[in-house]
Design a protein around this ligand. Structure first.
Ligand code: NFS
Ligand code: SF4
Length: 661
């Protein structure tokens, strides 16, 4: 990557990148450059390491071997690799979900002081949904049975996932016909990985349908369980105000940065850091208090439940440490740069890992178990106070950049806000779509990736969608990008939305971009779509709804799993960087065209965020036309793209990589 290409559109990031250079500290962008040209076989999915006769690299084009040593072709290798990625992503979300279920069980049994059932109403609603008896039973009794029921969702050998009952009948029929109805979470992941091992499944379509089944087990299983039970345990989010970007760090406070994904510890840290005796200890060390801020998805979790500000998204994790103001960085699992612990050589920041699943050489490991959560949290906050005493004020450089935002929307909250307290309903949303005031709904989600100018694609895409009267829902690092970019602020509607969307936002009192939470909370998009179908008038299955998804700067296997469960649930998805499948025309064709025959939706790849937004808008307009809905009420000057929603991919036209590259 050339120095010319801008690294970010975020002024706080640009400032810190300069600070890093001045202090000769490496950043992710430097390490990307050090990689030079990346391997094209890997990029296109053509490298196979499934057995150790290999590794093998193949091409479809005859410029090198067309088969691996075992005879596997490009299409088999590409499809197998993709299935493994989906399994990796689904495993991450779902293992997180499992920890939340186990925490619910502890809380129900009264075995941890740190956790209570903060939303018994939601817990009972879930229990009722799955047919558990409620009459005359205590909350803890019901919660214990509910937790056992959910635990079985991971490991049961028979039946299908319980949450599938939330999907419209038509969706379930698609799944049945394609043979992708997920049975249980762990089973699908294990079977998927088994199918990819040497000499098992060779049929690309069969492998890709298995990938859909694994992904569905994530979206409707592991992730949805994580969302529902986090709401039960940590409280149902409510819309609240907060702020995002590095400027939320405070020079005169002990700063603790939480980074990772599981809300179990960060939620307790949030409580402990406000403890009067902890605050007194911080004062004694010369600080005004303890300031907590988050990075990545754990940040989204505590933002929407406690209003705790966000320091930044994925690409800002090491820059936050480079402010010299982070006294302790607490990490658990997922999306944590291994480079972080090494920053301790240059900065006073103490890096503490907590998950039994993730250790970082050089970091202090304080293993966190739900049973000892309070003691563990206190110990960690005290370490932060000690670390503050070692902070060098001369090294502190906090960019004075942050934006105000509103977060904390859930399917239930939207239900209530739209319909009012006495008649909660999705009706006003469906009405808005039917009348053409709203063109449709777009879920814009996913990561940052240093191959793209940081945050630029998220902001450009979302602004273009808003201008065209598309309501945007967000999660993960994309939500953080838009929070920092001012798109989650209350005044964003007046500034960025088209006329129709503005009218809706004013009438029902919502911002034009709804922050739904962390990446596991993409499951909220599924439940919201189910409510839209139930409300009626805009299609009886997801693939008929004017709804579309995007991940413009994705980088994680988790994003592949999410995209796959969206598409397999009937919601077409546009991603920035293509999936690593361009080495096989058969696989590209399946994902971008043939999946429509099975699920009514496809993948598209489009790195340009404006072009991608237009693909999405065209898709929404097409869905509207198919439903017999009127065209959008307000014209926006934008020329629709001609042609199919799936792009013609470079791989289909350009020569395949040669074996020599
Ligand atoms: Ni999602 Fe959240 Fe961010 Fe990407 Fe990583 S933090 S789980 S994977 S980088 S959006
Ligand atoms: Fe090569 Fe086949 Fe082994 Fe893959 S499974 S590494 S293609 S021999």
């Amino acid at each position: 990557m050339s120095e010319q290409k801008q690294r970010s559109v975020d002024p706080a990031v640009l400032e810190m990148v300069e600070v890093a250079a001045a202090r000769s500290v490496q950043t992710i962008w430097d390490r990307l450059e050090a990689q030079k040209a990346q391997c094209r076989f890997g990029r296109d999915g053509l490298c196979c390491r499934m057995c150790f006769m290999g590794p093998c690299r193949v091409t479809e084009e005859g410029k090198g071997p067309q088969q691996g040593i075992c005879g596997a072709t490009a299409e088999t290798i590409v499809a197998r690799n993709l299935l493994r990625h989906v399994a990796g992503g689904a495993a991450a979300h779902s293992d997180h979900g499992r920890e939340i279920v186990k925490t619910l069980l502890l809380a129900a049994k009264g075995e941890s002081k740190a956790y209570q059932i903060r939303s018994p109403g939601r817990m009972r609603a879930l229990a009722a949904e799955f047919g558990l008896p409620l009459d005359g039973r205590s909350d803890s009794d019901v919660a214990a049975e509910l937790a056992q029921l959910y635990l079985a969702e991971f490991g049961k050998q028979d039946g299908t996932l319980l949450n599938l009952s939330r999907a419209p009948e038509a969706q379930r029929n698609y799944w049945r016909a394609a043979g992708v109805t997920p049975r249980s979470v762990d089973r699908e992941i294990v079977t998927g990985v088994h199918m990819t091992t040497m000499g098992v499944d060779n049929d690309p379509e069969h492998l890709l349908l298995a990938a859909a089944r694994v992904a569905l087990a994530d979206g409707w299983g592991g992730s949805m369980i994580a969302t529902d039970l986090s709401d039960v345990l940590f409280g149902e989010p409510e819309p609240l105000r907060s702020a995002a970007n590095l400027g939320v760090l405070k020079e005169d406070h002990v700063n603790i940065l939480v980074h990772g994904h599981e809300p179990t510890l960060s939620d307790v840290i949030a409580a402990v850091s406000r403890d009067p005796d902890i605050v007194a200890e911080a004062n004694a060390a010369g600080a005004k208090g303890v300031n907590l801020a988050g990075i990545c998805c754990t940040a989204n979790e505590i933002l929407m439940r406690h209003g705790i500000p966000i320091a930044g998204n994925f690409l800002q994790q090491e820059l936050a440490v480079m402010t010299g103001a982070i006294d302790l960085l607490l990490v658990d699992v997922q999306c944590v740069f291994p480079a972080l612990a090494r920053l301790q050589e240059c900065f006073h920041t103490k890096v503490v890992s907590t998950s039994p699943k993730a250790k970082f050489p050089g970091a202090e490991h304080i293993e966190f178990h739900e049973e000892n959560a309070l003691d563990c949290a206190r110990r960690i906050v005290r370490m932060a106070i000690e670390s503050f005493r070692r902070r060098d004020p001369a090294m502190v450089r906090i960019p004075k950049v942050h934006e105000r935002l509103v977060a904390g929307f859930t399917t239930q909250v939207v239900f209530r806000i739209l319909g009012g307290r006495y008649r909660p309903s999705f009706r006003p949303l469906n009405d808005g779509i039917q009348a053409g005031r709203l063109r449709g709904v777009a879920g814009v989600v996913g990561c940052n990736n240093p191959k793209f100018t940081h945050d630029q694609c998220h902001l450009a895409m979302v602004r273009e969608l808003l201008r065209n009267d598309v309501l945007v829902v967000q999660t993960g690092c994309s939500a953080i990008a838009c929070g920092k970019g001012g798109l989650l602020a209350p005044e964003a509607a007046a500034k960025y939305a088209g006329k129709g969307l503005q009218e809706i936002c004013e009438a029902v009192g919502i911002p034009p971009v709804l922050h739904l939470g962390a990446c596991v909370d993409n499951s909220r998009i599924l439940t919201a779509c189910a409510e839209m179908v139930k409300e009626g008038g805009i299609g009886d299955s997801f693939d008929k709804l004017p709804v579309v998804g995007a991940a413009p700067e994705w980088m994680s296997e988790k994003a592949i799993a999410i995209g796959m469960y969206f598409v397999a649930s009937g919601i077409s998805v546009v991603i920035g960087q293509p999936l690593p499948v361009e080495g096989s025309r058969v696989v590209v064709d399946f994902l971008t065209r043939k999946m429509r025959d099975f699920f009514g939706a496809t993948w598209s790849f489009q790195p340009d965020p404006i072009k991608a937004a237009h693909l999405m808008i065209d898709h929404l307009d097409r869905k509207r036309a198919e439903l017999g809905l009127p065209p959008p009420m307000y014209e926006v000057p934008y020329a629709p793209q001609v042609g199919d929603e799936s792009l013609v991919f470079a791989a289909a036209a350009a020569p395949a990589p040669s074996a020599a590259s």
